[in-house]
Design a protein around this ligand. Structure first.
Ligand code: 9MR
Length: 842
C-alpha cells in the first residue's frame, strides 16, 4: 500500500512540474486545448467586434470533426472551428462552419434543426450543476443573419439567450460561414479562472432537418448540453505572457435533488397544512411491499407527544400513477383542534393542524396572486410588502399594433393600420405574455367565485389599491383583466372588426430572471424583426372568450358601475356577432415564438359558454335557443374520457356551472338537466378518488401540463354538486383534492408556495426567480405550481430522475421547469376558488 501511495505522489509531482513549466507555443497567446476538455482563453486581447478577424492573430483555433452525427461530405458540415478570447470585460468567440450548402430559414425558429452554430457558457460558480440556472447560456447563431449590419439585432435562440446580451456579426467565409460574437462577463477574469464552455455545430446536408451534430466537449457524448450543463468542457482564462499553465479543478457538486428525496424523514403523506375538525381526514402511508396485515397507526399531539388516537391502516394497494404501494390511514373520527403528526412504526408524517381556519389565509394569498402579477401598475409595498414590490410592467401595452411578418409555418401576416390600448391585465404566467383565451377562463373563475358567494370578498377584504371604493374587491381584481380583454377587440371599420386578438406578446422569449420592464419598445413601425411586442391575429376562440367574460362582466357590474357594465355588454354582443361571422379562425400559435400557443381547434365549447353567459345577462331567447341546441347542454359540458372538467381549451362546463347558479330561472326540465349533469360528472370524480392510492380526482392518464389545475377544477365541480345536492360525499371529494395538492401525493410535497413543511419554492417565473440578492424574490405564499406532467418538455424535467418516474412524480421544483413548475392565472384561480369554498363551508 505504502509503495503505491509513494508512486502516486511521485506521479502527481512529475505531472504538476511538467504542466507548470511547459511553455505555450511561441506564436500563440495561450496554450493549445486539452482536446475536448479544456480551452485556454487568452486575456487581455484587444479585439474589435466588427466581423473582421485580423485582430484574432495568435488566439488558438480549435477544430472539431467529431460528434453524435457526422457528415460523409467534408465540404458540407464536415468540421467547424472556434476560438475564444477576452479583453478583460467581454468574452469574445468566433466560430466557423465548413458548409458548402447553407440550409437556413426552413424550420422557423428551430434553428438547431438546420445549419447553425452553438456555444454554451456556464458563468455561474457551479460548474457541476446539471440544470440551467440564470448564469448558464446556450447561444445558437444561424446563417439567416449573414450580412447583418447591427450586431445587436440577431435571431439568437437557446436557453437564457435573451438575457446574455450577445452581439455578433455573421458572415460568409470561403468555404462556409461563421460569426464573431461578444458578450459581457459578469466578473473580471483572473489567470486560472474557470468557466464551463461548450461548442456545437448543427448541419443539414440533405437540406431537410438536421443530419449533422458536431460536439467539442468529449463529456457530451449524447448531445445533452442543451439540458445538462455538467457535460460542458472547461474554459480557463490565461493571462497573456504567463508561463504557468493552470489546470482544471474539480467541480463542486450541487445537483438539485428530486423532490421525492427531500421528505424522506416524513414517510407518511398528509395534507401538510391541515384538516378540518368536522371533515374527512385521510393520510397515506406508503410501504416497500404489499402487506396483508393492517399496520397500527397513532395520531400524536406535537406539544406533549400524547397518542391521542390509534387505529389500523386499510389494506394496501398499488397506486399506478406514483408506483407506490399505499396504505390508507383514516382518522376522520378525531375532531379535536391542535397540531399533530401521524406515526406508524418508525414512520412519521409532517406536522399538520386540525382546525377550522386552515384555509383562511390561503384563500387570501391565492387571490393576491393576481395583484402581484398585474401589468401596467406598480406593485406597491403597502399591499404586498417590500419583498415583492416592483415597478409597473409593460405600461407601453397601451399602444401596440399587429404582428407583421412570417410565422413559423411560413405564413405571412400583413400587420394592421391601428394600434390598441391593451394595457392592464395580468401576466399570464412566468412569461410576460397576455392571452385572451387564458384570460377568459381565469376571469370567469374569479367572477364565478363572486357570483357563487357575493359576500365573501367585499370591499376591504383584499390587499389591493381599490379596497376602499365600495366595490367588492374580487370584482376590482377581475376588472384589471377585464379591461385588458376589452382592449383586445378589433375596432370598427377594420378587417375582422369585433373579433378579439388572440394574444399579446413579444417575438422571442425573454431571459429568466428578469424584472418586468416598465417601458418596452413595441416596435410599432416594424423596424426590428427580432424585437417588438405585438397583437397576434384575431381568433374565434379569443372572440368567444371575450363575449363570454364581457357578458358575465355586464351582469355582475350592473349594480356597481352601470356604465362599465354597459360597455361590457356592448363588447360582448359585438364579439358574439363577429364570432358567428368568422367561426373558423382557429389558429393561435403565431408567430410560434415568444409566447404560448393556446391554439384551439374546437370552438363549439366556447360558443356554448358564450351563449350561456349572454343569455343569463340579457334573457334574450336567441341565446337560449343556441345553448339548448348545443350537445354540451345535454351532457353538461363533459363526456367520459375527459380528465379535467375544464381548462383554457375546453370551457363547455363553465357554461353549465353558470347555468347552475341560475337554474331556478330555467324551465324545470332544463334546470333538472343542468343539476343532474353536474351530479353525474361529480360522481365520476368520486369514483376516480376511490381507485387512486393518493385519493385524487385525477385518473392515471390525466397528468398533463398543469395537472394540479385539473385536480382543482374537478374539485370545483364537486363543490357545485355539494351546493346543489347537499350530499356531503362531494364535500369530502373537494377536501381530498386539496389534500393531494397540499402534500398527500406521490411526491410528499405541497405544490403551493409557503404552505406545508416542504413546498414549492422555485417556480418558473421571471420575477420570483429566487435570487434575493439580485432583486428576484422567492414566490410569495399561495402560488400553485402546474404540477406533474406525464410528458415534460423542458430540459430541467427531461432528466431520468424526473421523466423516468411514474406519471404523478414527473415534477421538479426547479425554476427552469416550465412544463412542471410554472405558475399561472388559470391555475391560481381554481386554487383560490376551492380554498374559498372550503373555508366558507363550516
Ligand atoms: O397551460 C398551457 C398548457 O395547457 C399547454 O399544454 C402548454 C403548451 O402549449 O402551455 C401552457 O400554457 C403556458 C403558455 O403557453 C405560456 N405561458 C405559460 C403557460 C403555463 O405554462
Amino acid at each position: 500500500m505504502k509503495k503505491y501511495a509513494y508512486l502516486f505522489l511521485l506521479l502527481v509531482f512529475l505531472l504538476t512540474t511538467l504542466a507548470t513549466t511547459a511553455q505555450p507555443d511561441d506564436d500563440l497567446l495561450a496554450p493549445p486545448e486539452v482536446v475536448g476538455e479544456v480551452v485556454y482563453i487568452p486575456f487581455p486581447v484587444a479585439i474589435t467586434l466588427d466581423g473582421d478577424l485580423d485582430d484574432w492573430a495568435g488566439v488558438p483555433v480549435i477544430t472539431v470533426e467529431r460528434g453524435t452525427m457526422t457528415s460523409d461530405d467534408p465540404a458540407n458540415n464536415g468540421a467547424f472551428s472556434f476560438a475564444v478570447a477576452s479583453d478583460g470585460e467581454l468574452f469574445y468567440i468566433t466560430m466557423e462552419s465548413v458548409d458548402a450548402n447553407i440550409v437556413t430559414g426552413q424550420h422557423g425558429r428551430d434553428f438547431w434543426n438546420e445549419d447553425s452554430l452553438e456555444f454554451y457558457l456556464n458563468l455561474s460558480e457551479d460548474l457541476a450543476v446539471s440544470a440551467y440556472t440564470s448564469a448558464i447560456f446556450q447561444i445558437n447563431i444561424n446563417p439567416g443573419d449573414i450580412g447583418n449590419s447591427d450586431p445587436a439585432v440577431l435571431t439568437i435562440t437557446g436557453t437564457n439567450s435573451g438575457s446574455a446580451q450577445v452581439r455578433a456579426y455573421v458572415f460568409e467565409t470561403g468555404d462556409g460561414w461563421g460569426f464573431e460574437a461578444a458578450l459581457p462577463l459578469p466578473f473580471t477574469p483572473e489567470h486560472g479562472q474557470e468557466i464551463g464552455l461548450q461548442a456545437h455545430a448543427n448541419g443539414s446536408v440533405a437540406g431537410e432537418g438536421r443530419d449533422v451534430k458536431l460536439i467539442w466537449s468529449l463529456a457530451d457524448s449524447t448531445d445533452t448540453s442543451w439540458q445538462n450543463p455538467s457535460v460542458f468542457g472547461r474554459g480557463i482564462f490565461f493571462e497573456v505572457g504567463r508561463t504557468d499553465i493552470p489546470q482544471p479543478g474539480a467541480a463542486t457538486e450541487s445537483t438539485p435533488e428530486p423532490e421525492a428525496e427531500a421528505m424522506a424523514e416524513y414517510v407518511i403523506r398528509v395534507n401538510q397544512v391541515g384538516y378540518f375538525p368536522w371533515g374527512i381526514k385521510i393520510a397515506v402511508y406508503p410501504t416497500e411491499a404489499e402487506v396483508d396485515v393492517p399496520v397500527e397507526w397513532a395520531l400524536v399531539a406535537v406539544d406533549d407527544g400524547a397518542r391521542v388516537e390509534t387505529g389500523l391502516t386499510q389494506p394496501s394497494l398499488r397506486d399506478r400513477a406514483s408506483g407506490d404501494i399505499v396504505n390508507l390511514i383514516d382518522f376522520s373520527a378525531f375532531t379535536t383542534p391542535g397540531t399533530y403528526q401521524l406515526q406508524a412504526g418508525d414512520a412519521y408524517s409532517a406536522p399538520f393542524e386540525i382546525g377550522d381556519d386552515i384555509y383562511r389565509q390561503l384563500t387570501h394569498d391565492a387571490l393576491a396572486y393576481f395583484y402581484h402579477n398585474r401589468t401596467g401598475i406598480p406593485i406597491e409595498a403597502q399591499y404586498v410588502g417590500e419583498t415583492w414590490a416592483r415597478p409597473a410592467g409593460h405600461v407601453t401595452d397601451n399602444n401596440v399594433t399587429c404582428f407583421k411578418g412570417v410565422d413559423n409555418t411560413g405564413r405571412e401576416w400583413p400587420g394592421c393600420d391601428y394600434t390598441l390600448d391593451a394595457s392592464g391585465g395580468w401576466y399570464d404566467a412566468g412569461d410576460f405574455g397576455k392571452y385572451v383565451v387564458n384570460g377568459g377562463i381565469s376571469v370567469w373563475t374569479l367572477l364565478n367565485l363572486y357570483e357563487f358567494d357575493p359576500e365573501a370578498f367585499g370591499d376591504g377584504s383584499l390587499s389591493i389599491p381599490e379596497n376602499t371604493n365600495d366595490v367588492p374587491d374580487i370584482l376590482d381584481e377581475a376588472r384589471w383583466e377585464m379591461n385588458f380583454l376589452l382592449g383586445m377587440q378589433v375596432p370598427p371599420g377594420q378587417p375582422q372588426a369585433g373579433m378579439a386578438h388572440h394574444k399579446l406578446h413579444g417575438v422571442r422569449w425573454e431571459g429568466l430572471p428578469m424584472l418586468p420592464p416598465t417601458e418596452w419598445d413595441n416596435d410599432n413601425a416594424h423596424a426590428n424583426p427580432a424585437g417588438g411586442r405585438y397583437l397576434m391575429p384575431p381568433s374565434t376562440a379569443a372572440t368567444l372568450n371575450l363575449a363570454a367574460s364581457a357578458a358575465q362582466c355586464a351582469r355582475l357590474w350592473q349594480p356597481y358601475d352601470a356604465e362599465f357594465a354597459a360597455r361590457c355588454l356592448q363588447a360582448a354582443e359585438i364579439a358574439w356577432q363577429a364570432a358567428q361571422d368568422n367561426p373558423v379562425f382557429l389558429y393561435g400559435n403565431i408567430p410560434g415564438e415568444g409566447g404560448g400557443p393556446y391554439d384551439d381547434s374546437n370552438v363549439q365549447d366556447e360558443f356554448y359558454w358564450a351563449a350561456v353567459e349572454l343569455y343569463l345577462t340579457t334573457g334574450d331567447t336567441q341565446y337560449y335557443d343556441r345553448l339548448k341546441a348545443s350537445p354540451y347542454f345535454q351532457n353538461g359540458g363533459w363526456q367520459p374520457g375527459k380528465e379535467s372538467a375544464m381548462y383554457w381549451g375546453d370551457v363547455a362546463i363553465l357554461g353549465t356551472l353558470s347555468l347552475a347558479l341560475h337554474h331556478d330561472t330555467l324551465p324545470e326540465a332544463d334546470s333538472q338537466i343542468v343539476r343532474d349533469q353536474i351530479s353525474r360528472i361529480a360522481d365520476g370524480y368520486l369514483n376516480i378518488i376511490e381507485g387512486e392510492g393518493y385519493r385524487v380526482p385525477m385518473p392515471v392518464t390525466g397528468y398533463s401540463w398543469g395537472s394540479n389545475s385539473g385536480v382543482l377544477n374537478n374539485a370545483l365541480v364537486m363543490a357545485y354538486a355539494h351546493r346543489l345536492t347537499g350530499d356531503e360525499r362531494y364535500l369530502d371529494g373537494v377536501i381530498q383534492s386539496m389534500d393531494y395538492v397540499l402534500g398527500r401525493n406521490g411526491l410528499n410535497f405541497s405544490f403551493v408556495s409557503g404552505y406545508g413543511t416542504h413546498s414549492m419554492m422555485h417556480p418558473h417565473h421571471r420575477f420570483w426567480a429566487g435570487e434575493p440578492a439580485n432583486g428576484f424574490p422567492f414566490p410569495p405564499p399561495g402560488v400553485v405550481a402546474g404540477g406533474p406532467n406525464a410528458n415534460p418538455s423542458d430540459p430541467a424535467a427531461q432528466v431520468p430522475q424526473v421523466a423516468g418516474q411514474p406519471t404523478s412524480r414527473r415534477y421538479i421544483d426547479h425554476r427552469d421547469s416550465y412544463s412542471t413548475n410554472e405558475v399561472t392565472i388559470n391555475w391560481n384561480a381554481p386554487l383560490a376558488w376551492v380554498a374559498a369554498y372550503l373555508h366558507g363551508n363550516h
